[in-house]
Design a protein around this ligand. Structure first.
Ligand SMILES: O=C(CO)COP(=O)(O)O
Length: 249
């Protein structure tokens, strides 16, 4: 099963229109590396302006509500992202699971909402440092998959991002053997839930302190199909080498 690599940037709560030239430069580099799928998930306010400079680079959001509209102050719905020009959405990021108390059931409903409105979905899972130190990483991650995998999960629109919470923004990364083991556990759980053929079509991304320096090694881990990149996706300078590392694999 040949899965194309996906390198997606998550800008989190960063980015004003002053960053549009960076987006344009990232889009140009993505176009120059057609063997890799690249994407940028931006703050909602930046989606529509980014689409005007991004060419073929897919622009996405970082969350969507499970419902299409309603009395949910401050939230954003999948049809709104789609109308702004988004092609994808991240759901279940650990920062939202922690800060907004999102449960697996809530994340599942959000993933289904994104798909219902034609968005590709990146579903995030990952253990905390305490869970890892207690030897529970695999159990936590597979339970998150079981609880938050959307109905109708299909690799045509869904990717899984394995992001150990302790590796996010810390400069610390798991060993390649750890990443491969965790990806393997995710794939095995997907096989159990969807069957081996369907599981083999889903992309599994690694996220957490990915940089130009470590991308080649992290992207080459068994069962890995790309990266979800935070800090190093904010500028073309830092993000383009990661796209190029994926292209060189
Ligand atoms: O959370 C992440 C991407 O969603 C990873 O963030 P960093 O790449 O900044 O560690």
């Amino acid at each position: 099963m040949m899965r194309r690599k996906l390198v997606a940037g998550n800008w989190k709560m960063n980015g004003l229109t002053a960053s549009l030239p960076e987006i344009e430069a990232i889009a140009a580099a993505a176009a120059a590396n057609p063997g890799v799928d690249a994407a940028l998930c931006l703050p909602a306010t930046l989606i529509a302006p980014a689409v005007t400079v991004a060419g073929a680079l897919p622009i996405g959001g970082q969350d969507c509500h499970a419902k299409d509209s309603g009395a949910h102050t401050g939230n954003i719905a999948a049809p709104m992202l789609g109308e702004a020009g988004a092609k994808l959405v991240i759901v279940g990021h650990s920062e939202r699971r922690a800060d907004q108390g999102e449960t697996d059931a809530c994340v599942k409903a959000k993933a289904e909402a994104g798909h219902r409105h034609g968005l590709s979905v990146i579903l995030c899972v990952g253990e905390t440092l305490d869970q890892r130190d207690a030897g529970q990483a695999e159990e936590v991650v597979t339970a998150q998959i079981a609880g938050s995998l959307p109905d109708g999960a299909d690799g045509a629109w869904l990717s899984i991002a394995y992001e150990p919470v302790w590796a996010i923004g810390t400069g610390r990364t798991p060993t390649e053997a750890d990443v491969a083991a965790r990806h393997g556990a995710v794939r095995a759980k997907l096989s159990e839930l969807l069957g081996a053929d369907a599981a083999a079509r889903l992309r599994i991304l690694y996220g957490g302190s990915v940089s130009g320096a470590n991308a080649a090694a992290l992207l080459a881990c068994a069962d890995g199909d790309g990266a979800l990149v935070g800090g190093a996706s904010l500028t073309a300078d830092k993000f383009v080498p990661i796209i190029e590392a994926a292209a060189a694999l």
